[in-house]
Ligand binder design. Structure first.
Ligand code: PMP
Ligand code: GLN
Length: 390
């Protein structure tokens, strides 16, 4: 007898559904809304970097890159870490190029975590952390950053550590809250990691997106952290090439090699002609990084002022290109429902925080808005949101 085949996904994917970013971008497309949801810039990164990629495409760099990444990119990543943070890396053993930070996160967890290990994550968490921890059979242990300041409570962090804790998975500057971990917070994390002999995987993709006088300092530069920290970043945010998916992990050879051993069987390698172009991007002079920051800061201020005028409680970020609001002053309670209804009400799309929490109540009234958009787009969104007041 021929039965009807009913596909069932593996149990490890239970509850993971579709990523909120895909769901909300599809909603924006369907409804013709202004998309302040998924974080991607609406203008391309530097022209000369695009030209470098075109040049690479035309000059035959179209076959597999080495699994570790092309040598000039690995060298450029090492030089970048030296130039901005004084970190010395061997480009041959302490740097691996990945398919975006997303693959670096997956490879790090696959390469370093055993089933049953506990991984401490800051919540709200980036959604791929949850999925990857689940896929490796780990157990996530969230520590909540709470509105309005979204600071890390070091006592709560210390209480989250058990004999099964394998690693802390950190993100600073932090998506979606926009917090940049302070010197005291980073020092506290470092002390805890050393005291309990923990590894730290730190996602620093927004390293160059900080505002006012705030600057990002990598956790691996703190006492005792160099040997126990795997640092992850990506060209997507810094150079506005989110679609290129060029990321990397750096750190001691032992941790980088563990991630690489997993990575080689995920994608092996990718983006061969894009890698030399990102090598060039990493070497751009300080003006590029300063101008990019200043431009985003002005956009942050513009969107924050607009959201404030609409009537939200606004929590201006220290970094990233996202701002969080509380929707309750406008009479709404659930950010998720609000975001589903927003295209119909106003023609705007945003991201509800709730999906990034185990403690759903902490995230329920919070909504994230992306400001890496042209000023006219931000203004249009604010004008449309004005309908919420009537
Ligand atoms: N980590 C965080 C915190 C992010 O916001 C993102 C979003 N892009 C990523 C990782 C993934 O980066 P990539 O696009 O380079 O894979
Ligand atoms: N990092 C982006 C954001 O937070 C989304 C990336 C993705 O769609 N996976 O909006």
């Amino acid at each position: 007898m021929i039965g009807i085949f009913a596909p069932r996904s593996a149990e490890r994917l239970t509850g993971l559904g579709t990523t909120i970013f895909a769901e909300m971008s599809a909603l924006a497309l369907r409804t013709g809304s202004v998309n302040l949801g998924q974080g991607f810039p609406d203008v391309d990164g530097p022209r000369q970097v695009i030209e470098a990629a075109v040049q690479a495409l035309r000059s035959g760099r179209n076959q597999y890159a080495p699994g570790w990444g092309v040598p000039e990119l690995r060298r450029a990543i090492a030089q970048h870490q030296q130039r901005f943070y004084g970190i010395a890396l061997d480009p041959d053993t302490e740097v691996v190029v990945t398919t975006g930070a997303t693959e670096a996160i997956a490879a790090a967890l696959l390469g370093l975590v055993n089933p049953g290990d506990e991984i401490i994550v800051l919540e709200p968490y980036y959604d791929s952390y949850v999925a990857c921890i689940a896929m490796v059979g780990g157990v996530r242990v969230p520590v909540t950053l709470r509105a309005p300041d979204f600071r890390l409570d070091l006592d709560e962090l210390a209480q989250a550590v058990t004999s099964r804790t394998r690693a802390i998975l950190l993100n600073t500057p932090h998506n979606p809250t926009g917090s940049v971990l302070s010197d005291d917070e980073l020092r506290g994390i470092a002390e805890l990691a050393c005291e309990h002999d923990l590894m730290v995987i730190t996602d620093e993709v927004y390293e160059h997106l900080t505002f006012d006088a705030i600057r990002h300092r990598p956790l691996c530069t703190y006492d005792g952290m160099l040997d126990r920290t795997l640092t992850i970043s990506s060209a997507g945010k810094t150079f506005s090439f989110t679609g290129w998916k060029i990321g990397w992990a750096t750190g001691p050879a032992s941790l980088v090699t563990a991630a690489m051993r997993a990575k080689q069987f995920l994608t092996y390698t990718s983006g061969a002609p894009l890698q030399p172009a990102i090598a060039e991007a990493l070497g751009l002079d300080d003006t590029y990084f300063d101008d990019f920051r200043a431009d985003l800061q002005a956009k942050r201020d513009r969107l924050c002022a607009g959201l404030d005028a609409v009537g939200f409680d606004v929590y201006p970020p220290q970094g990233t290109y996202f701002v969080t609001t509380d929707i309750r002053p406008l009479g709404f309670q659930s950010g998720y429902e609000f975001c589903l209804e927003l295209p119909g009400r106003c023609g705007v799309v945003a991201i509800p925080h709730e999906v990034f929490y185990d403690d759903k109540e902490a995230g329920r009234p919070l909504v994230r808005w992306a400001f890496c958009k042209q000023e006219s787009v931000l203004d249009e969104a604010i004008e449309r949101l004005g309908r919420l007041r009537s």
